[in-house]
Each structure stands twice: as C-alpha cells, then as structure tokens.
Design a binder for this molecule. Sequence first.
Ligand code: SF4
Length: 238
Amino acid sequence: MDGAIFYRGPSMIDGSPIVGVVTGLRKASTNAKTGGMLQSYIIRSDVPPQVAVKDGRDAAVCGTCPLRFNPETGERICYVLTFQGPLAVYKTLADYPDFDPAMANGRSVRLGTYGDPAAIPIWIWFHVLQHASHWTGYTHQWRDRRFARLQALTMASCETVADRARAKADGWRTFRLATTPEKGEILCPASAEAGHRTTCDRCSLCRGSHPTMRDIYIGPHGNGRNPGRQLIQLQKAS
Ligand code: SF4
C-alpha cells in the first residue's frame, strides 16, 4: 500500500476512535495545487467517511467546521469528496503498515488532506514531521482554546473579516476565503487568480505562526459546482 498509519486512537476533538494515514509515499500526489506533497487523511476508524458525514459522526475529525454537511439545508460545502480518497483509505486500513518518520525524509506533508489536524495529538504531528522538509496545514478549530498550540503548525481557516480579526487577536496566522485582501494578506500564488504561479509543495507559506510572514487569502476554489455561491454560504455559516 502507498501509505502508512501514523495515529490510531481517540480524537482530540471529541474522543471518538480515529485514524491518521499518510499517503503518497511512493507515488507523488498529482494534485495541481498542492504538488507532490505527502497527503494525510484523518478519518474515523469505525464508520465509512461518507456515512459519518451524513449522520454527524464526522465531528470527530472535522469538529465545528462550517463546511460540514448541514442536515437542515441538506447541503455540504466542503470540497473533499469523501467517497473518493477518504473512502479508499478507509477500505484499506487493515493493509497499511505503521508510519516511520524516515518515510517522510525530505518530503513535504499536507496536514489534513481530509480531516482537521486538531483531531490528532500535536506531538504526533511533530513525530510525523521530524524528517520532513516542510509542511502546510489549516484548522477550523481555532476558536477552541484547547488547540492554541496548533498555531505553531497551522493557519486558522477563516471565512469572514470578523473571524480573521478574532483569530489574529488570539495569535493565529490566517488563511481566508475571500475575493479581496485585507491589510496584511497576500493572494495565494497557486490560485487561479494569481496565475497558478507555484504549488504548495514549493511555496509552503501556510505553515503556521511566524512573526514576519503575511496572512493568505484565496478566492473560492475546489470541486464545488459553484464556488462563488460556496463563499456566500460560508460567510453566512460562520
Ligand atoms: S500560499 Fe502557498 S502554501 Fe498556502 S495555499 Fe497558497 S501555494 Fe499553498
């Protein structure tokens, strides 16, 4: 299998059983925006991911993310298609070996290709990254003070100017879905608006707190049918 299990245990969000799997160890990701980074999937170990999305048990790995399925509207804004990568990982959990940090030697790692990095104990992430060249990461759990230490590794995902202000007041660097910048933000250079100038693998600006690094904004993107509508929905949901 082209992956390895780096965590199996309780979710740091709600205590449910989860598993963390790194993929792309032999065959680099073909994701056009991230480039050839190692990917990491954070899923429940006891229920298929697309089922967890529908019945709400995905809270163990996605927490209070506003992109989750909303049973009242019947809509889900998140662009990760859980019946693709996450389900493929879930189906082959029994076949993955245990992760060894040497497996990530000199590679970059995407923290939470699916699932929020906050669900994994932070010391596990330091273990995963000890031989990695660099990483990127984002969390929607920045409002929860239990996860303040993640500022060292991840950006706070924000959908509104007000949320960005709150996150910054708590010390986070921010990654905001927006069409125009606020002071201190620069456009993601891998975005369509920036002309796809690079990939996350080469850029790695989104790696958490740093006194001199700017915040990032990016226009609506992903697999959604109507990214512009997604942004409006997100700003309402936040
Ligand atoms: S700013 Fe860099 S690391 Fe962040 S999303 Fe854009 S390309 Fe990736």
